[in-house]
Design a protein around this ligand. Structure first.
Ligand SMILES: Nc1ncnc2c1ncn2[C@@H]1O[C@H](COP(=O)(O)OP(=O)(O)OP(=O)(O)O)[C@@H](O)[C@H]1O
Length: 735
């Protein structure tokens, strides 16, 4: 790529006719007081008249007669990115530029360094990894399992399932014998019914019949509100013929008072998020666990994770104090023996557990394994299984180009391949808010678009994260779940357990904090034998993550950045207009049309970010929360994701900011090219509420994402916007 092509002059000003140029020059030559005329030209330029428009630096201008007063040079784009804010057009609204590149608008000359000074993209070869496979289907019928006939007909007619899945075939008989079971099988393989069917079968058989006033006989703990709702709906369906058994859900965001009332009336199968259950254990007198016979921890490794471990201890203590004999079930696609929480819990609360591990080639093969020697040993390997029909991809993209690449990818899929149902994972609530607003405005051209309806692809950007009001969260979850198309931008709140039908693509714009989370995120597609695709974005300095994933038997093919960017050619709204060389038929500054389109989009981000104080704050806040989340990668991944390897300026660009806001970088460490500098004086903890370790910061982040919703402080009030002298200040605000 020619360097001049990289030095963009995004000339979207209308072409100046020959006569116009001559007129301008004559005007200047005729004037003895050229300074005056310079001012006049400037005024005209600002007024946007053709006459006063900046002429191209043509030969006529270069040939200034000797002795003549120096002619005013037309306004020209500087060759380096404009530092700071407040250019002539910096406050233009986002719709002024992107669609159609702003042709016909007042003159606009911009520069961009999008393609300059990026790190080289390393060549990576696909690791030679034997992907584990898991048998999902069987031809067995539910009638073979000696279930209540009404339960079988409910499965067939209400849930529309007739054949038993492999994990169900192994788990249901074990649970019906009263054993404690640890279940690990791949995402979307049917684990919910694997515990739901034996639970309902055993409770409907209790004599005398269960009454509401008996209180909870089963407690099901799941990590997120959406999963709690989903599990509740499935249990509710299974209970259709057994109306005397009452299920109930407790989760953050609901009214505590009404939950208390429901608890008082009686709930027999209690489904809850850990935080909310703990709140009720502490504050609701009517909650009693004396009758509990089942404890089910779905997504057990997450429930045992940092943010929830204390909550789970409170729950276990409350259940143990009640003293009832209990059957315990742990389930997840990524339970491993290496997970400290899992083996601790297995040691404390499981009695002679049996492990169901469905991976072919895994140590336990397909058969359930009885664990007699060491009760804390679950025999679960570190190798993960992903669905067979999942096509996994990764793209190595330098920080500066990430945002434009994500947009190009989405445009390519939605415009080039038709309707898509896509989930994009991001690392913070603020980033979700920022991208949803930016993409809805710029890519959908929802306001002031110059594109025709036909040009606009069908794209509906939705958002889901832990800082949203519960009502809206539920609405979005249901809308996305039922829709055939749409793009859900979300945090890891949607990574686990959610059964969202027909998802075609999973995009991990920010890499997950562990290989296990990778498995759960990609597991939102290719469920129960369907096809699906995933794309993981990495920067050149993060490619070591591929080896980490390979250690867990995960490998993927590369999608080249150029191929992703090429998708921009599908959308003429971002064609822009450069400085055209008629003879050569090329743009003299940006020979490659795709680069010009990337730059038009990049410009649109910047304009959007600078459109108002609110959008500027939103971009800065998204950047800040991204950086904060970056510091929370666990110690074992610091060689891949370390805040010091991030180039702040480049990262800022991926949030539509021309420069990193002041005060942001000093505490975060220098970029790779700044290593020669002295270490920063300020402590990294300056960007966090207190001096916290990475582990604690991660716990905070998780807690905020999965909060019980019973916090006394209004989450909106937690976010204070301090704007002083136009500078962004760091906030003590949870991600
Ligand atoms: N026997 C069955 N026959 C047909 N479909 C089934 C059967 N069992 C479950 N399913 C369907 O498979 C899908 C995935 O099931 P489920 O959500 O329980 O998976 P999971 O293993 O819990 O996944 P994750 O690990 O992501 O939580 C659901 O839509 C469910 O209705």
């Amino acid at each position: 790529m020619a360097e001049e092509g990289l030095m963009l002059n995004l000339a979207v000003n209308p072409p100046v006719s020959g006569t116009g140029r001559t007129k301008v020059q004559k005007q200047f030559r005729a004037s003895a007081k050229w300074v005056k005329s310079k001012k006049a030209a400037k005024r005209k330029l600002q007024a946007g008249s053709d006459e006063g428009a900046p002429a191209k630096r043509g030969p006529a201008q270069a040939r200034t007669p000797p002795g003549a007063p120096k002619q005013p040079q037309p306004r020209r784009a500087p060759l380096s990115p404009v530092k700071g804010r407040g250019g002539a057009d910096s406050k233009r609204s986002p719709q002024d530029v992107p669609e159609g590149g702003g042709q016909g608008d007042r003159p606009l000359v911009r520069t961009s360094s999008l393609f300059r000074n990026n790190p080289d993209i390393p060549a990576v070869s696909r690791p030679d990894v034997a992907q584990l496979r898991e048998k999902v289907f069987t031809s067995d019928s539910f009638t073979d399992l000696e279930l209540h006939p009404h339960l079988v007909s409910t499965l067939n007619n209400v849930l529309n399932v007739s054949c038993v899945r492999s994990v169900q075939k192994q788990t249901i008989p074990l649970l019906l014998t009263g054993r404690d079971v640890v279940v690990r099988s791949q995402t979307g393989s049917g684990k919910t019914l694997a515990y739901g069917i034996p639970l309902v079968q055993s409770l409907q058989a209790v004599h005398p019949k269960i009454k509401r006033s008996d209180g909870p006989l089963a407690v099901l703990v799941v990590p997120t509100r959406e999963l709690a709702q989903q599990s509740f709906q499935i249990i509710q369906k299974l209970l259709k013929p057994f109306t005397w058994i009452v299920p109930g859900v407790l989760m953050g965001g609901e009214k505590r008072k009404s939950e208390k009332a429901r608890l008082r009336k009686g709930i027999n199968i209690l489904i809850s998020t850990p935080g909310r259950l703990v709140d009720h254990i502490k504050n609701t007198e009517s909650i009693a666990f004396t009758a509990v016979r089942w404890l089910i921890l779905d997504e057990a490794d997450r429930t045992l994770d940092l943010g929830f471990e204390k909550d789970l201890t409170v729950i276990l203590n409350a259940l143990n104090a009640a003293g009832a004999q209990r059957q315990n079930v742990l389930l997840s696609a990524t339970l491993t023996e290496g997970e400290p929480g899992v083996s601790r819990l297995a040691g404390i609360c499981l009695k002679e557990p049996v492990t169901v591990h469905a991976s072919e080639g895994a140590a336990q093969s397909e058969e359930a394994r009885e664990l007699t020697s060491d009760p804390s040993s679950t025999g679960l390997s570190e190798s993960f299984t992903v669905p067979e029909k999942l096509q996994q991809h990764m793209a190595i993209v330098p920080s500066k180009l990430r945002l434009v690449c994500l947009a190009a990818f989405i445009l390519g899929k939605c415009k080039g391949e038709g309707a898509q149902k896509m989930i994009v994972f991001l690392s913070s609530c603020e980033a979700v808010e920022f991208l949803q607003s930016l993409f809805s405005k710029v890519l959908c051209g929802s306001a002031g678009s110059q594109g025709t309806g036909a040009e606009r692809p069908l794209m509906d950007f939705m958002r889901l994260h832990g800082n949203m009001e519960q009502e809206e969260r539920t609405e979005v979850f249901q809308k996305f779940s039922q829709s055939k198309t749409g793009i859900l931008l979300c945090t890891d709140v949607a990574a686990r357990g959610l059964d969202l039908p027909r998802v075609t693509w999973i995009v991990q714009y920010t890499p997950p904090a562990s290989p296990a989370e990778y498995v759960h995120r990609v597991g939102r597609t290719a469920r129960i034998g369907a096809r699906g695709n995933s794309l993981l974005f990495l920067t050149p300095s993060e490619t070591a993550y591929l080896a980490v994933l390979a250690n867990h038997n995960i490998s993927m093919s590369e999608m080249k950045m150029e191929d992703i960017l090429a998708n921009l050619m599908l959308d003429d709204r971002f064609a822009g207009r450069g400085k055209w060389d008629k003879k050569k038929g090329i743009d003299i500054f940006i020979p490659r049309p795709v680069d010009r389109r990337a730059l038009v989009l990049d410009q649109a981000w910047e304009n959007r970010a600078q459109a108002s104080a609110k959008t500027e704050w939103a971009s800065g806040s998204a950047l800040q929360s991204f950086l904060r989340a970056y510091t929370t990668y666990p110690a074992g991944l610091k060689h891949v994701f370390h805040i010091r390897t991030l180039h702040l300026g480049h990262t800022a660009k991926s949030f539509g900011l021309r420069d990193a806001p002041r005060g942001l970088g000093s505490g975060l460490g220098a970029g790779p090219r700044d290593r020669t500098r002295k270490p920063p004086r300020r402590d990294p903890s300056e960007i966090t509420p207190q001096k916290l370790s990475g582990k604690e910061r991660m716990a905070n982040l998780l807690r905020s994402e999965y909060s019980s919703g019973m916090d006394t402080v209004d989450p909106k009030k937690k976010t204070k916007i301090h704007k002083k002298a136009g500078k962004l200040r760091l906030q003590n605000q949870p991600a």
